[in-house]
Design a protein around this ligand. Structure first.
Ligand code: NI
Length: 143
């Protein structure tokens, strides 16, 4: 089995806020990330797919194709956007780095034919990173 990874970057604004919590609870739980006028991150997204190389081409997936899939279904929808307001597939989801990884998986998992989505790795900062391998998680939606 071969694993191949494509790295992409994007910049987005967000606010961590749960509408079912009081203002005080939101402040206590999310602290600076609860800032009503948003804040931003330079995210790094790594998408890993796995499978067996095609014997004729030697490719598991053409990396141009992997890049195109990620850019079409994720980057073009989130880059320079507000993750709370602008992104249809994130509507009603608290845009934590955890929830973003799960939501990105859902957008990408059925887009591959000769290989399988293996991992979403998402850096929110240089020091904070999540990895998601597709175990079933239901994202709670508020709308
Ligand atoms: Ni943040």
């Amino acid at each position: 089995m071969i694993y191949i990874t494509r790295r992409e970057t994007f910049s987005s604004a967000h606010r961590l806020y749960n509408p079912t919590f009081s203002d005080e609870e939101n402040e206590r739980i999310y602290d600076k990330c609860n800032n009503p006028n948003w804040h931003g991150h330079n995210y790094v997204l790594e998408v890993t797919v796995c499978g067996y190389p095609d014997p004729n081409t030697g490719y598991l997936i053409d990396l141009k194709e992997l890049k195109k899939i990620i850019r079409t279904h994720i980057i073009s929808k989130v880059d320079h956007k507000n993750l709370n307001l602008d992104v249809e597939f994130l509507k009603g989801i608290i845009p934590t780095v955890e929830n973003l990884a799960v939501a990105f998986w859902k957008e990408l998992e059925d887009k591959f034919t000769n290989c399988k989505l293996y991992r979403i790795k998402l850096y929110e900062t240089e020091n904070n990173v999540v990895e998601y391998y597709g175990e079933k998680i239901d994202l709670h939606k508020f709308v």
